[in-house]
Design a protein around this ligand. Structure first.
Ligand code: GTP
Length: 345
């Protein structure tokens, strides 16, 4: 099954950067070297099982945009599963950005009326003031420009897990059996006595499904990771000091610099979840490991407060199991993962 994903937005808004981070495992620091995309760069990404993402990264310079909207219109906008449109939060010409966006939205409505539309307000790390307020205002402008079209807006940055959160949710809409996966994970969690079990896609480490919906009280992995402008560089190891020492730590708590948001008043996906933070940390760790010419296979953590095992589940997925019962051995968790493999293949 092939799903066409259109990635559009003004030149320099960050489209190729996010693609290279998520799908090519490059670190954020290398994105500054990327050149402008010429016309459309197509990539086929083998995702879960037989799901292939056909990613169209559409260069955003005006001449290309004009051509997508005229001579290439039917080629670009036909058979689209998802449109991801990227806006720079501090764009110098939002009026022009919105004009191009509404033209694209009209073309999409004509050629792919059932496509899902996700709007990313990107480079949120550059906002100095109240990020939630800035994002709320942008969302209102984007909703006004979208009219009756159903859209979802996310605030994102390549320098934190917000990008993983947005992309995980986007990809989730493309996975046909996501609810069945969650059910199997719940069964696996019960068999292991686990607090939570999370399924990640192997190459991207995007979150595919979880055994439980995230609740602050069960947060085990990541300390309060609210959007922080000071978080410029991702840590290089999952054992970085930002990892929590307490299983009761809230993941969207009242952080530090006045930009913290609680889950309740954060409808834009600005609040970070521990799952996406884990994706980001593991990707950074994998990158560090590859620099040592080693390959990443699995990870075990045994701390006084919790135990976590991250291991391959199928050829396309990794599973993370977190338990708070100190009597449960990691060997038992690994055995359960082995036994569960058949269910997920
Ligand atoms: P075209 O290919 O011309 O359409 O541009 P693009 O949208 O693909 O932009 P690209 O990914 O090349 O990014 C342009 C610049 O934005 C690069 O220097 C990136 O490092 C930077 N950038 C991307 N994402 C972010 C972000 O979240 N925050 C900040 N501060 N900079 C970013």
């Amino acid at each position: 099954m092939k799903k066409k994903v259109l990635l559009m937005g003004a030149s320099g808004s960050g489209k190729t950067s996010m693609r290279s981070l998520i799908f090519s495992n490059n670190p954020a620091s290398l994105t500054a070297r990327l050149g402008a995309t010429i016309d459309v760069e197509q990539n086929h990404v083998r995702f879960l099982g037989d799901l292939t993402l056909n990613l169209w990264d559409c260069g955003g310079q005006d001449s290309f945009m004009d051509s997508y909207l005229s001579t290439q219109q039917s080629t670009i906008f036909s058979h689209v599963g998802v449109l991801i449109y990227v806006f720079e939060v501090e764009s110098r010409n939002m009026t022009k950005d919105l004009e191009y966006y509404t033209d694209c939205a009209m073309a999409l409505k004509k050629y792919s009326p059932d496509a899902a539309v996700f709007l990313l307000v990107h480079k949120m790390d550059l906002v100095r003031g109240n990020k939630v307020e800035v994002l709320g205002k942008k969302e209102k402008d984007l909703k006004d420009a979208s009219g009756a079209m159903g859209i979802r807006v996310f605030g994102t940055s390549i320098y934190d897990e917000s990008l993983y959160k947005a992309w995980s949710q986007i990809v989730h809409t493309l996975i046909p059996n996501a609810s069945v996966l969650s059910k199997h994970l719940t069964t696996l969690a019960a068999a292991c006595g686990a607090t939570e079990v999370v399924l990640f896609e192997r190459t991207t480490f995007l979150v595919i499904a979880t055994s439980t919906p995230p609740t602050p009280s069960t947060s085990a992995l990541v300390q309060s990771s609210t959007y922080r402008s000071s978080d410029k560089t991702p840590p290089t190891s999952p054992l970085h000091p930002s990892m929590p020492s307490s299983p009761t730590t809230s993941y969207h708590g009242s952080e530090t610099d006045g930009v913290g948001v609680s889950q309740d008043d954060d409808p834009h996906g600005m609040e970070s979840t521990r799952y996406e933070r884990t994706s980001e940390l593991i990707k950074a760790f994998k990158h560090s490991v590859s620099r040592l010419r080693e390959e990443f296979h699995a990870l075990e953590m045994e701390l006084p407060e919790f135990t976590a095992v991250l291991d391959e589940l199928t050829k396309n997925t990794y599973v993370l199991i977190v338990v708070h019962d100190p009597t449960i051995e990691t060997a038992a968790l690994r055995l359960n993962i082995k036994l569960a493999r058949k269910k997920f293949e």
